[in-house]
Write a protein that binds this ligand. Sequence first.
Ligand code: TYD
Length: 204
Amino acid sequence: MQGKFITLEGIEGSGKSTNLKVIKDIFDQNKIDYVITREPGGGPLGPHLRKLLLDKDQSISPSVEMLLMMADRKDHVDNLIKPNLDKGVWVISDRYLDSTIAYQGGGRQLDINLITSLSAALKLPSPDFTLLFDLPVDVALHRAEERSELDRFEREPKDFHSRIRDSYLELASNNHRIRTVDSSKDIESVSMQVEKYLTDFLNA
Ligand code: TYD
């Protein structure tokens, strides 16, 4: 049987990575065989592409940025995501196609149809289930600033991040596979929401 494909999405500082532990615990309790991966950077070419894409001193045009994200994704899908799903192993990816729709479509204002057409042409699989970590942009950016030195995306103005958040919320309202977690709450309340949504998905 095919493994299930689960993705985590959200703006900078939204708490995706913090909640990986909760997700792992639920999978372990349910004896599910899984791999955890991320974008950009999950395929064999990933480390090079990720370094280039996040480098704050690199100047990259919006369409080239989108194409590099899609190239990274195709490499990731062909070499890690698909082989695992085909073996029955579940894949949890920290970011996937919704990130390109929100960041390059919403944030950089590229044509979303171009992104979805390219994804279809490349035969990229759709996630079975997505958790969207949502919170106000001010709170999220403050958290990201406290975390580490800011990368090329985190340095963008607030408007850019607000457009990304709006795109994500629109995606969530149009796609039943996406569950929105209120990430502005304390860690415990966020973990409880993650646990509930994931358990509901496992029992569906
Ligand atoms: P990362 O350090 O992994 O950020 P985070 O911890 O917030 O996930 O950096 C990934 C950055 O790449 C993040 O700013 C979002 C951006 N990104 C895109 O713009 N488009 C994409 O398709 C993907 C996968 C990521």
